[in-house]
Design a protein around this ligand. Structure first.
Ligand code: G6P
Ligand code: MG
Length: 222
């Protein structure tokens, strides 16, 4: 394993790591799946980290509907989900930052670590603004520039490039199995936050964000 002292930067997923928006994504996709008549147990976990259009394709496939809609109709369905989602995040504020994450970001900044954002969400800038953390994430990968979604490593490789660091100098933090796969494939150290069974491929596991600190990461890397 990479040594803790080699680590110079941290690459963050947003939804489910910095703030608990995963439940809103799950709810908005659930509303759309219901409308389409698709029964999808575990939908909330399945769409974690997955881009908007890829998530829609997953749902259509689950219902055997993948050939039933034109590209324009799919765009409309995705836009409908997003409108539902945007509605749900309307009243977000600093109270929606997950436990310990504001302190962790402050600690990283204080100690001079690089910080970048690797979120697939086109709503990330709005959310960061609402929860008051935009200033930490001046370096953010623009998901519109990506060729591939998670589990592809592209977003995490770009996240390291934004920090002028090699992947091996970076730690990526994720709540999604697809994200952990992307971090590992990028050659970075992965921190999985959430169910360790779901995130069994992570280098380091924490069950929730309150455990995330430099001291705990250093301990886990010894
Ligand atoms: C994150 C979430 C996914 C979501 C994706 C795209 O990765 O974990 O559930 O589908 O972002 O979000 P967007 O806001 O662009 O639809
Ligand atoms: Mg996430």
């Amino acid at each position: 394993m990479v040594k803790f002292t080699d680590i110079k930067g941290f690459i963050f997923d947003l939804d489910g790591v910095v703030t608990d928006t995963s439940r809103y994504h799950a709810k908005a996709w659930g509303q759309l799946a219901d409308k389409l008549g698709v029964d999808y147990p575990g939908l909330g976990d399945a769409v974690k980290g997955i881009s908007r259009m890829d998530a829609l394709e997953m749902i259509l496939k689950k219902g055997g509907l993948e050939n039933n809609y034109s590209e324009a109709e799919k765009e409309a369905l995705a836009a409908e989900k997003n409108a539902n989602y945007v509605n749900l995040i309307q009243n977000m504020s600093a109270k929606d930052i997950l436990p310990g994450m504001a302190d962790f970001l402050a600690e990283l900044k204080d100690k001079g670590y690089g910080i970048s954002l690797a979120s697939a969400s086109k709503n990330a800038p709005t959310i960061l603004e609402k929860i008051g953390l935009s200033d930490y994430f001046t370096k953010a990968v623009d998901p519109a520039t990506l060729k591939y979604g998670k589990p592809d490593p592209e977003i995490f490789i770009k996240g390291a490039q934004l920090l002028d660091l090699m992947p091996a100098q970076c730690i990526g933090l994720e709540d999604a199995a697809a994200g952990i796969a992307g971090i590992n494939a990028a050659g970075e150290t992965s921190v999985g936050i959430g169910d360790p069974e779901l995130l069994h491929d992570a280098t380091i596991n924490f069950t929730d964000t309150s455990q995330v600190s430099l001291a705990n990461i250093e301990k886990a890397m010894q």
